[in-house]
Design a protein around this ligand. Sequence first.
Ligand SMILES: C[S@@+](CC[C@H](N)C(=O)[O-])C[C@H]1O[C@@H](n2cnc3c(N)ncnc32)[C@H](O)[C@@H]1O
Length: 438
Amino acid sequence: MQKRRGRTGRLRRQRRSSDTRGVNESYRPEFIELRKWLKDRKFEDTGLVPACFPGTGRGLMSKTSLQEGQMIISLPESCLLTTDTVIRSSLGPYIKKWKPPPSPLLALCTFLVSEKHAGGQSLWKSYLDILPKSYTCPVCLEPEVVDLLPGLLKAKAEEQRAHVQDLFASSRAFFSTLQPLFAESVENVFSYSAFLWAWCTVNTRAVYLRSRRKECLSAEADTCALAPYLDLLNHSPHVQVKAAFNEKTGCYEIRTASGCRKHQEVFICYGPHDNQRLLLEYGFVPFCNPHACVPVPGEMLVKYLPLADKQVHKKMSILKDHGFTENLTFGWDGPSWRLLTALKLLCLEAEKFTSWKKVLLGEVISDTNEKTSLDMAQRICSDFIEETHAVLRKVSDMKEREVLLINQLTLVEALRMEELRILQASAEIVSSLQASFL
Ligand SMILES: C[S@@+](CC[C@H](N)C(=O)[O-])C[C@H]1O[C@@H](n2cnc3c(N)ncnc32)[C@H](O)[C@@H]1O
């Protein structure tokens, strides 16, 4: 592509970079403290500074341009918070005594709560001070906000809440053994809200780092490490990075495979996640995510079939047996192949029913089958659009009434708005496919 060299191009470039340019926050006392703390632990500056960005909030900005393959950040092992850190701490003897052994995740959460409580006495204070005070993962959302999430996400959000509540309830006996370490009652130190904060800290910020198995911890995978400073890097689906612990240098290193311009936000990629997964695991919704999609629950397809169809149950059980009731989606490029295939099977005419295997293999059975399945896709899509509009209206009403929930509602609104855009793009694509059968 030809480079724009004229005044218009220059202006457009300037405008684009000022749209995304962050406000440097390295002068803030908590970041000055954190850098001192990191320096004492042999961290070497790589030219990233904390900044606040218009679209993504707090993140890291590069002071220089970064070339492909260049190191973004290299964090010495002494800066990492792992289960080894926990076992070496005053919690270690209590963990070693407790049976059945606590999980690696519980060990990390217990350490975070305990260090947070220690305040100025904690060796990790400089890190703890820059951690968010609260989180926006669904487990932290009010039930009336969770109710506004799309069905499948709502179910996962409720599972997440039940999982954290169970973990907390089943850990209380262990927490009570830690009383000798605290002047205050452990009931107060290890409150549900303190535990939830710790769980979200690990869930949204930990990097993947496999630790060797420890006898005093349960057999669950020990793969989470908190990486101060490095965990200020936000996610972009458009970048590629290489991240791993380097045994030779003894550092956790991240290299960019995409490059980055001077004074721009440096991103890493948390994985090729769709928006519902990013909201569930990390509590945010990006704009224009190429991996975003709108899931269609397999069980609901049956309601789009004519009541007179005698093969409905057989068709549904074939779909179930062949895994075609899951991962059915609308995306930016229309209904997924799996969704269309499931619909084609459901729309099979009675006399063509014996061809069901061919449908699952992607063969075209008849023009009628192609057309009726597209019509069904269009009906589902338009029902989803209608439902999304209705929820968006509800969110907008609630935003006026429930001022305290405004941030949570804005998050749901962002998800629903992105889903609406995807559904509208899908509806257009289905329309153009339908047109070829007119
Ligand atoms: C590892 S931390 C990144 C640093 C974080 N922004 C901070 O201020 O501490 C992950 C969290 O950052 C936020 N985040 C990451 N990528 C984002 C993005 N592209 N847009 C908005 N928020 C993002 C989410 O709240 C997520 O849970």
